[in-house]
Unconditional design. Structure first.
Length: 330
């Protein structure tokens, strides 16, 4: 029969502290997240009614992906910055820079999509494209601000040990995910070519997402190449590592209400670290897979072994942690 924890125990077990302390979330990042969510919903709704396509995909597919990414990531950062215990003003300023640059970034993506033309790798000399490419020059600031926030968290504990582990590992994974996006430029196919936009106009392109096939044939919804390597897979996996770890921390906190051995934040932190290590292995495997020109949907035996090894390391570490925790509690 499961024991019923006291109110005080419940409070300690719910160590995630998503709203504890009464601190306001970072408002510019919250606004960015809401805007991203609105764009994602609008784009998803527009896809069935707008038959314009770019390279076989709906013109609204990219705005949907960008909107969703900013919705998830901006709200995660807004929560994180609200719970920093040191250098809060510095973190607040860095978060504001991220929010401004992020808003400009996905605004120009939406503008290009609405016009039925390419936002990325477009070398046309039209006023719209020049504005889009100028805005993209500031995208590295998104990586730098995330990395800077990550450095700030190294010198403080935010919440309990489990929450601190989520934030540190999550920011590390997100930074790597952003770095993968820049890595695309050095490993992807760089051939110059001309492709038609949604209106049938010839648009010069230079560079691409695919390794071995610059444009490729995209997967449903994600647009990831099925005919060559695609570092957008790694970009997505790394960028959203923080949300995955937050979800895991929430689950562990809920389970801790019924499992005494999970109420120790050191146990929950250890589980999160092992899960993050396995997640890092999966991220690294997708990078290795992409640079070899291999589609995510067509892994060879070496890739499958690497994926399996990443999962097994995480499972083994989590199993050992749980065994020790239960033995100590019993």
């Amino acid at each position: 029969m499961a024991e019923t924890p006291s109110a005080g125990t419940v409070d300690r077990a719910a160590g995630l502290m998503l709203t504890q302390g009464g601190r306001r979330w970072h408002r510019p990042l919250v606004a960015l997240g809401i805007a991203g969510g609105a764009v994602a919903l609008f784009s998803l709704a527009a896809i069935p009614f707008d038959d314009r396509t770019l390279l076989g995909d709906s013109v609204w597919l990219k705005p949907f992906k960008f909107g969703f990414a900013f919705f998830a990531y901006a709200l995660s950062l807004a929560w994180l910055l609200a719970h920093m215990t040191r250098r809060r003003r510095t973190g607040w300023a860095i978060g504001t820079v991220f929010a401004v640059v992020g808003l400009v970034d996905f605004t120009v993506v939406v503008a290009a999509a609405a016009a039925g033309t390419y936002s990325h790798f477009n070398t046309a000399d039209t006023p719209l494209n020049q504005a889009v490419q100028f805005a993209f020059d500031f995208v590295p600031l998104l990586f730098l601000t995330t990395a800077a926030i990550g450095v700030l968290t190294l010198f403080q504990r935010i919440g309990d040990r489990a929450v601190t582990a989520v934030i540190r590992w999550g920011l590390a994974l997100s930074s790597l995910g952003m770095a993968a996006a820049f890595f695309i430029l050095s490993v992807a196919e760089q051939s110059d070519r001309v492709r038609s936009d949604a209106d049938g106009d010839a648009i010069p392109l230079s560079g691409g997402h695919g390794v071995g096939d610059p444009d490729g044939n995209g997967m449903l919804l994600t647009g990831w190449s099925t005919t060559g390597g695609d570092l957008r897979v790694s970009h997505f996996i790394g960028l959203h590592g923080m949300q995955v770890l937050i979800g895991l921390a929430v689950l562990l906190s809920l389970l801790a209400l019924r499992r005494a051995w999970l109420r120790d934040d050191r146990v929950r932190a250890a589980i999160i670290r092992w899960a993050a290590l396995g997640y890092l292995g999966i991220f690294a495997t997708t990078v290795w897979q992409a640079v070899r020109g291999q589609a995510f949907t067509a892994p060879d035996n070496a890739t499958l072994i690497a994926f399996a090894a990443s999962v097994l390391v995480a499972v083994a570490g989590i199993t050992a942690t749980v065994h020790r925790a239960r033995a100590t509690t019993d």
